[in-house]
Design a protein around this ligand. Structure first.
Ligand code: SAM
Length: 223
């Protein structure tokens, strides 16, 4: 059974997609989507040998070796034009790493219709990358699982013009302001307040103090 986090990632994958799952680890996501008839074909990409072996073993034991190719490859190097991939999922990594992976293979993204991205942090870096590279965000979800809060970003080719608030908080998430969203930003507010207290007690760095005060104000305005 999939974690709720991966289930929500999978929910964004359109019916009958040909999927590349980058950093597939155990390959749970493509295995689940195939078994549920959501997709017809997937590549499970892994750059590290251990997870690659684990993905290959799981795909084999599920009898799906003819429908899921497990490939040892860095990022978007896992697919070629001949694979006719239309959807890419990248989940469970930092937002900056996801941006780097997309950036390193960006000339291959013209044939991709759907990006489903689940950054564990640095969501703003990813939103900036998407906007600067001709992708727009078409939906977002925020969820909590085992005490951790995750964001899922669904993106397609398109122009967008997000302002600083939308980049930071997410255009859809900030509109919706769910309980989980509020929890995430309350936590961040607490963190920034601690930093501020510490700075005031232990440092003379007035520039840094101003910076943290601005962060706090920005969060408070959007809670
Ligand atoms: N996607 C799964 C999930 O969300 O549960 C697994 C997440 S796991 C924490 C991250 C995986 O990404 C690791 O197995 C790691 O080896 C892989 N990874 C990191 N950088 C990668 C890259 N450049 N190309 C392919 N895989 C990568």
């Amino acid at each position: 059974k999939l974690s709720n986090r991966l289930k929500i990632v999978g929910d964004f994958v359109p019916q009958n997609s040909r999927l590349l799952d980058v950093g597939s680890d155990h390959a749970y996501l493509p295995i689940n989507l195939l078994k549920n008839g959501k997709i017809s074909y997937a590549i499970a990409g892994e750059v590290v040998d251990g997870p690659y072996q684990s993905a290959a073993a799981n795909v084999k034991s599920q009898g799906l070796s003819d429908k899921i190719d497990v490939r040892l490859a860095n990022g978007l190097e896992a697919f070629t034009e001949e694979d006719n991939i239309d959807t890419i999922t990248i989940a469970g990594m930092g937002g900056s790493l996801i941006s780097q992976i997309l950036d390193a293979g960006k000339e291959k993204l013209h044939s991709i219709d759907n990006l489903v991205l689940q950054p564990n942090n640095s969501e703003r870096n990813l939103r900036i990358w998407l906007q600067e590279n001709g992708f727009s965000i078409v939906d977002e979800v925020i969820l909590e699982e085992n005490g951790k809060i995750y964001e899922v970003i669904f993106s397609k080719h398109g122009e967008s013009n997000l302002n600083e608030t939308q980049i930071e908080f997410g255009p859809f998430l900030n509109q919706e302001k769910s309980q989980v969203f509020k929890k995430k930003w309350m936590r961040e507010l607490e963190k920034q307040n601690k930093i501020l207290k510490n700075l005031r007690e232990n440092s003379q760095d007035s520039h840094r103090v101003k910076e943290i005060e601005a962060n706090i104000q920005f969060i408070e305005e959007n809670l």
